[in-house]
Structures are given as structure tokens and as C-alpha cells.
Design a protein. Sequence first.
Length: 128
Amino acid sequence: MELKVCKNCKRLFQYIYGPEICPDCLKNLSHKEPDKPEEELSNTNVTKSINSELELFDKVKEYIITHRKATISDISLAMDVPPKRLFEWIREERLEFSDDSRDAWFTCERCGAKIKSGRLCNRCKDNR
Ligand SMILES: [Zn+2]
Ligand SMILES: [Zn+2]
């Protein structure tokens, strides 16, 4: 029998045959699972478009927080988002304006009161 240095961990071990790797490393290497799940690759494109939409939404939200008096047209210009998209977010109550940006507020679809997001003011919501 012959002593050799393991190519993996550099320890001396009793070499018998095969690759110059000690029995411990041989065991670890052969038990290693392949760590690339292939399913993820096919979904990449879908996830990407969702992420960019969310990213954009987050940026707009941040912009409203840091520019508290910004109006729809300000936001649209600064963030390069069509006003239509902003209105959609606001109608879905995903976006809300600060108390300072009264110019950008909407009117309640029922009574015309100023509202920050959604379609109806709180009063009309309650009386629905
Ligand atoms: Zn080894
Ligand atoms: Zn109302």
C-alpha cells in the first residue's frame, strides 16, 4: 500500500486505486446532488415582466412619498409612466396620495368629494 495526498482535501490517505482522492472526499463527491433545478428556467420570462411592473410601481410609490406635492402629470413625466397606468393603480387603491398633494386627488364617483385613492370616498363606501 502507498500513501498519497488527496487532491481534494490535501490529507494523506492510503491509496489503493482510482482517482487520487481519499475515501471521505470520494463519498462526499459522489453524494453531491446536482443543484440546478431546470424548471426555474422556463418561468424566467414571466417572472421578469411581473418584477419590472412591481419595480416600477415601487418607484412610483417612492416618488409620491418623496415628492409629496407631485401631481399625476409630474409623476408621469418623472417616472416615464403613462398617466393611464397611474389612474389604474389609483382606482385599484394600490396607489395613494399624501395629504399634501391635494391637486392630484380624485373626486368621489358618487358625491364628488376629494379622495386620495379608489373610486368612492369613505362616506359613500360606508353607505354603499
Ligand atoms: Zn480528501
Ligand atoms: Zn362620496
